[in-house]
Each structure stands twice: as C-alpha cells, then as structure tokens.
Design a protein around this ligand. Sequence first.
Ligand code: ADP
Ligand code: F6P
Length: 329
Amino acid sequence: MEQKSKIKRVAVLTSGGDSPGMNAAIRAVVRTAIYNNVEAVGVVRGYDGLIKRQFMGMQSHSVSKIISLGGTMLKSSRCPEFKEKSVRELAVSNMREAGIDGLVVIGGDGSFRGADLLCKEFDFPVVGVPGTIDNDIYGTDYTIGFDTAINTAVSAIDKIRDTADSHNLVFFIEVMGRHSGFIGLYTAIGTGAEATLIPEYDTDITHLCSYLDRERRKNKTSGIIIVAEGEKNGTAEEVAKKVKEILPDYDTRVTTLGHIQRGGSPTCRDRVLASVLGNRAVEALIKGMSGVMVGMVNNEIAYTPFEEACSKHNEISDLWFEISRILSL
Ligand code: ADP
Ligand code: F6P
C-alpha cells in the first residue's frame, strides 16, 4: 500500500456509468494537485483513453464552472479490453512515458477492479473515488451521484402520482440500480410508494396482488409501485403483466425512468461529497497511499482496499425496508 516516490504528475479519469458530481470530483483532484505543486493530467474516456494516450494537461481554469454540471467533462466509457493484462500493461507504459506517476480513478466497482490490477500487477499508484448512482460500493455510506439520482427520480414520480390520482391508475415505475435496491428503497420511502420491489428481497406477486386489492377496498384508488432494475420478477413491464393476469380490472401503466436518473446538475450534497473525496484522493497519493478507495463512513474519511470495496457490498437495512412497508399501509 505504501509508495516511496514523490508524486509529480497525477492523472484523473472517469470510468463506467457517468454520475452527477463526477465533474466536481475532477475539479477537486485538479485543484488539490495544483495546490500541492503536482501537475494534473485529464484522461479522456476512462481506461480507453489510457490505452490511446488521450491525455490533456489540466490547469486551474480548465475546471472552472464545472461544479454545477452533470455528466463528466473527461467523458467516460466501458472498456472491456481492459480485462486483458497486455492492455493494462500498455496503459501503464503510456502513463509512465507521459511522466504520470499517480492516478485517480473515479468510477464504480468495475472500475476499481481494473484499478486494483494496475496496482498489483505493475506497482502503479492508484486511488479510487466512488462515482456511481447505484450506491452499491462497500467502504462509503454514499457514492457520488446517488443523492442527485434519487432526487431526480422522486421529482419524476411525484409528477406521475398526479396522473395516477387523477385517473385511478396503478403505475409500475422502474428505477435504476444495477444489482442494488438503494435507489428503489429511497425513492419508495421518499414518494410514499404503495409497494417496493428490490433485488435484495423476494416479492411474491400473489401477495402483492392481495395487498393491492386490500388497499383498494380501503378506498385507495391509485397506486405507485417501485420496481428496481434487477428485481427477481423481471422488469416493471413484466411485473405489471403478472399483476394484470391476477387483477384484470386494474388500470395499469408502466414508466421506466431510465437515464434521466444519471444526468442533471448535482445536488449540493453530491458536490460536497465529490469535492471532499477528490481532495482526499490526491492527498492520499501524495502521502504514498495506493490500492485504496477513499469514501465517507459516518462522516469520517475512510480508506478501503480496492479488493474489499469490490468484493463486499453495501447492505440494505432490513429496518428501512420494513419502514417503507409500514408507512405505505
Ligand atoms: P462501474 O465502474 O460503474 O462499475 P463497469 O462495471 O462497466 O462500470 O466497469 C468500468 C470499466 O472498468 C470496464 O469497462 C472495464 O474497462 C473496467 N473493468 C471492469 N471489470 C474489470 C476487471 N475485472 N478487470 C479489469 N478491468 C475491469
Ligand atoms: O451503474 C449505473 C447504471 O446506470 C446502472 O444503474 C444501470 O444498470 C447501468 O448503469 C446502465 O448502464 P448503460 O447506460 O450502459 O445501459
């Protein structure tokens, strides 16, 4: 984990799915490097840019006014070739040739798997910053982009609720999250949804239907059912179809929120988290740390080895799931 050489030129890249707040993290990395008399280099399109030597010098003004912007000014990519050792070797030799002696990777657990290999195979110093809307990374209470994503989803679902109420409809709304139900659970609690289906808990469709019917008899005329991507009964469309087979007189609609959850101006919470973690990542590299992700646990900075951050998962709290059910009665 310890490196002895003093970092002189640090590179930063964004990898995997973009998330709101990545720009704020890039800004923090660049400005912290400059503050420490370390040169900053931006890598365009994540690992793909390392392979293709897409490096750009970054000055303080290069990151002016990006704190409020969604997406990532460095662009991102999925780069399957990076799973090959020879490709990673090329990436490291490109960085060394360009005088880069430290790397900050802003991304999700897939990106950290690649980063871990750069450290272990080639002894290249890398520190990670968790940037994904999914909130599924072990070693941080929240990932950069999650807060913005849930606020975007909540504001969209509030609007859908108006139509559901006006027309006595039951809406099945699909939210993102890959294999993790954080976006589903938080948006369900935040919108007062009637039911939540997330990958971490099995939902029996017959039980869901009896519950919906019971609610209807209590004079609930409309409903919002949140279906998280990765939920075991299938997509929101498939869940709606299964419900309709049991309750044919229900007037149902399906909305998939999709990529609107990944875009937009980051919330203040995401900007602050990204700024703090980006700053600490560069300071960690300068202190000689490597092979770790910097996160925030109980409001304290926490460093977690990449291997642990990738192999473990943030757990959904049983209590929070129970609360979402109790409050929807
Ligand atoms: P995220 O970082 O958001 O989880 P991905 O899972 O798509 O997104 O991973 C981003 C990139 O990280 C991949 O496109 C690939 O370049 C790299 N990566 C993912 N898994 C590995 C792995 N096992 N070995 C090396 N590189 C990997
Ligand atoms: O990891 C972020 C995420 O938006 C997931 O929630 C979702 O499963 C996935 O990326 C979608 O990826 P793509 O944009 O490549 O379809």
